[in-house]
Design a protein around this ligand. Structure first.
Ligand SMILES: [Zn+2]
Ligand SMILES: [Zn+2]
Length: 253
């Protein structure tokens, strides 16, 4: 599918704030076009973060379960699993397929230390959010301090920080933390993932907002989102949205 851009229209506050995908077109762009954030080879059209080739390789998901976010192609909003045993979060927004340009950007952002990409990715994500249904506050998926030491930054927090600014939503920094280190999720079954994460998140302050979105870069089984949602709901939140930039059925969590 060829991406149409901008999917937001002029007059929309997101458009005005992010100026689409977050690169300000300025005089410098004329003199020295920016390098594409994904392939880092080709030059980008004025004001954009991606070259035309990479832009064409950003794939939107055709349809997915509106609650857990799983790949689900049918004329229903919810998959069978959510009808029988729904997760603690009420809604999922995960607009991109984890492939092509998105996979490259996330890999660079998460594993190659290119944290300034948070701005580009948040701009792409913000354009997909229904601002009529925006939450009262957002939180970033926390990571344990050992992982923070290893990576140097929490990619979800950086994404959330830019999203908060672009969408004009308060970010509850450190409202939820992960004091308990857990085993890597990748090789575990769904059930084992849930057991592994049980009780690993904690709220550090009174949360007064009733509608919260949790921000992460990638959603896989949704076990992390589920556990954080459970923790938020135990602490007075009524409605939780799981926001994951891309959905990948397995491996990364
Ligand atoms: Zn490119
Ligand atoms: Zn579902």
């Amino acid at each position: 599918m060829k991406i149409t851009y901008p999917s937001i229209t002029k007059g929309n506050p997101v458009y005005m704030k992010s100026n689409f995908w977050e690169l300000t077109a300025n005089a410098l762009d004329w003199l020295m076009p920016a390098q594409c954030s994904a392939c880092q080879a080709r030059k980008t059209p004025k004001g954009l973060a991606l070259c035309n080739n990479c832009l064409n390789e950003v794939k939107h998901r055709a349809s997915y379960c509106q609650q857990c976010g799983c790949d689900f192609i049918a004329n229903f909003d919810h998959c069978g699993r959510c009808l029988s045993k729904p997760p603690h979060h009420d809604e999922c927004v995960s607009p991109f397929i984890f492939s092509g340009t998105m996979q490259e950007l996330i890999w660079r952002f998460k594993y190659a230390g290119q944290y300034p990409l948070a701005r580009v990715l948040a701009g792409m994500f913000a354009a997909e959010i229904d601002i009529e249904n925006r939450p009262e506050a957002i939180v970033a998926t926390p990571i344990h301090r050992s992982k923070l030491r290893e990576r140097g930054y929490n990619q979800s927090y950086l994404l959330a920080k830019h999203l908060a600014r672009l969408l004009d939503i308060p970010l509850l920094t450190n409202a939820i933390v992960k004091p308990k280190a857990t085993q890597a999720q990748a090789k575990l079954s769904m059930k084992a993932r849930q057991t592994n994460l049980r009780g690993s998140f904690a709220v550090t302050q009174k949360i007064t907002q009733k509608h919260i979105a949790i921000v992460d870069d990638v959603i896989t089984t949704g076990a992390t989102m589920n556990e954080i949602s459970k923790t938020l709901k135990k602490n007075g939140v009524d409605y939780v949205q799981a926001w994951g930039l891309a959905y990948r059925p397995e491996l990364i969590d």
